[in-house]
Write a protein that binds this ligand. Structure first.
Ligand code: URA
Length: 434
């Protein structure tokens, strides 16, 4: 048992806190402040924090506990301050999905509308890709910036996508890694406090959340996604950050690609005024929410995509971080094609299975320290509702490690279905939470 004199100079015992939560009683603010600070300072054993996370998974956190928990997480590190910038700041967070490359066109688009977007992103683990992994497929581009470099780029370009510094919510870095290996990721209060502590500490004055729903997302049902979204919106408000959430469809992958360089190429198509209609629709919808939240909605994002203004910001943003926006993107050494077995209409295309196939081909990692293959992934030639002919390519697999083709085929074996009637159309945007 570990006893530490905590931040409020109150001695607490980890085991009492675990028991209190297991019994379903409420933790005090002092207990929460103490345990988060002590865990961050390595004064609480991982197994004790894991037991508490499991108790929270089963018992939940009250509104009051969740506010205290999130604030204690924010206070474990630094809070960035962008109040000196000449533009209003707004950020976006997606709960993660397959083929979700929206951040790439969205950040420069919103900057082209006159806001500043400080987007601190992560690397992927498992079947959803990380934004930094995608951008690192651009030759020369670097993810790590000092706070001063970030501030300068925000003032000059208006758009930054980079990795968070070590001072930002260190409590979450430890706790998220622990949850990942103890089966305690899927707790709505722990997900909400993890995401919102980082987003609030990042210091933007407004935040738009893209909460994904479906097989390729954390939240499998609209009901659970709405619950998570409402909790996060309320947490943002409590910290005076204007926060809005969209609930968006993630049963089918977004766009036509899943994989790092493949997704960058698709994002550049959108910035050039083309690209798949679902990627464009979601990019524009999120951009509208972001600019409305900071009073820059005198611009129409559709016009700024068409005029090339968003592309100009993209090029400046990539160059400012050492990247060459004109360089050829990496291409995988081997490809393999899955074809339609008969004529018909594609009924479904399971996001989770496509994400898993891309991951097995080398686009994602199984452990934090693994490298990803920049060219690996999946290209989708048809989406649900489309007429296909027997023998026509449906999916192309890309990898440098062709021995993985078999595992990718296994992942995709039941991922799609060809039928005779048109499937019911699913809207992309399923709800809005304020
Ligand atoms: N993303 C996060 O940052 N934290 C979680 O707990 C889940 C997803």
């Amino acid at each position: 048992m570990v006893t530490v004199t905590g931040p409020l100079h109150t001695p607490h015992h980890a085991i009492d806190i675990i028991r209190t939560k297991c019994d379903g009683s409420e933790l005090s603010e002092a207990q929460i402040d103490w345990i988060i600070a002590a865990y961050t300072a390595n004064e609480i054993a991982d197994e004790q924090m894991a037991a508490l996370a499991m108790a929270v998974l089963f018992r939940g956190l009250s509104r009051q506990e969740l506010d205290c928990w999130t604030r204690a997480m924010i206070n474990s590190g630094e809070r960035l301050d962008f109040s000196g910038l000449s533009r209003p700041t707004v950020d976006k967070h997606s709960t993660g999905g397959v083929g979700d490359k929206i951040t790439l066109p969205l950040v420069p688009l919103v900057a082209a509308c006159g806001a500043a977007v400080p987007q601190l992103s992560g690397r992927g683990l498992g079947h959803t890709g990380g934004t930094l992994d995608k951008l690192e497929s651009i030759p020369g581009w670097r993810a790590s910036l000092s706070n001063e470099e970030m501030m300068r780029q925000l003032e000059e370009v208006g758009a930054v996508i980079c990795s968070p510094g070590p001072g930002l919510v260190p409590a979450d870095r430890k706790l998220y890694a622990l949850r990942d290996v103890t089966g305690t990721v899927e707790s709505i209060p722990l997900i909400a406090s993890s995401i919102m502590s980082k987003k609030i500490a990042e210091g933007a004055s407004a935040l738009v959340l893209d909460v994904k729903v479906g097989s390729g997302a954390f939240m499998k049902t609209l009901e659970s996604a709405r619950e998570l979204a409402q909790i996060m919106v309320d947490l943002g408000r409590a910290e005076k950050v204007t926060t809005v959430a969209l609930l968006t469809e993630m049963s089918v992958p977004l766009g036509r690609t899943a994989g790092n360089a493949l997704e960058v190429a698709e994002a550049v198509e959108v910035l050039a005024g083309g690209g798949p209609s679902d990627v464009v629709e979601l990019t524009v919808a999120l951009a509208r929410e972001m600019i409305a939240a900071v009073g820059r909605d005198d611009h129409d994002p559709v016009d700024l995509l068409a005029s090339g203004a968003a592309m100009d910001v993209w090029r400046s943003m990539i160059k400012a971080q050492g990247g060459d926006p004109d360089a050829d993107l990496p291409v995988a050494r081997e490809t393999d094609v899955i074809t339609a077995e008969r004529d018909g209409i594609l009924q479904s295309l399971d996001a989770r299975a496509v994400g898993e196939a891309a991951w097995r081909l080398g686009a994602g990692r199984t452990r934090k320290e693994h490298a990803v293959q920049p060219g690996a992934g999946v290209v989708l030639h048809a989406k649900p509702g489309l007429q296909v002919r027997g023998g026509q390519p449906l999916i192309t697999l890309h990898t440098d490690t062709p021995e993985q083709f078999g595992r990718a085929h296994e992942a995709l074996a039941t991922a799609y279905e060809i039928g005779d009637s048109a499937p019911e159309e699913q809207p992309l945007i399923l709800g809005r939470v304020t």
